[in-house]
Design a protein around this ligand. Structure first.
Ligand code: ZN
Ligand code: ZN
Ligand code: ZN
Length: 140
């Protein structure tokens, strides 16, 4: 009772975080003197990041206390850019691990700079690749 009185007259001494239960990650900030609790926070104790499975680029890490799972997307392992089959206005590259596709359209910056030589193309190819516009193609 005296401790509580001191806290009332002066102020609490909040300097200890304590877990609410042994298998939870919730902590409260308690007054060192009277035990009054003020704030709540969650502090997980995560293990290492691991791939979810061998064909996945998603990584997970699990809290050792309450088994909370945190996820993140890892960096994909993309192969080379290739023209999409039968579609020269689109390039595709595929992640070797999870098979995710990334697509680049000929309107995207940098599309035309990959290993192409516009001077050796026919007008139709130039048009299909987006080097020349509709009006340039139809009204030369
Ligand atoms: Zn207190
Ligand atoms: Zn946790
Ligand atoms: Zn991937």
């Amino acid at each position: 009772m005296i401790k509580k009185l001191i806290c009332k007259l002066s102020s609490h001494r909040f300097n200890a975080w304590k877990y609410i239960t042994p298998d939870s990650c919730e902590q409260v900030l308690v007054c060192n003197r009277c035990g009054f609790d003020k704030e709540l926070r969650v502090v997980h104790q995560f293990g290492e990041w691991k791939f979810e499975d061998e064909n996945s680029c998603e990584q997970v890490r699990i809290c050792k206390r309450d088994h909370y799972v945190e996820r993140r997307s890892a960096v994909h392992q993309f192969g080379d850019w290739e023209f999409d089959a039968g579609n020269s206005s689109k390039k595709v590259r595929i992640c070797e691990k999870c098979r995710e596709e990334e697509i680049l359209f000929n309107s995207d910056p940098g599309f035309s700079t990959w290993g192409e030589d516009p001077t050796k193309m026919t007008r139709a190819e130039l048009y299909n690749r987006g080097y020349i516009s509709d009006s340039q193609y139809f009204n030369p």
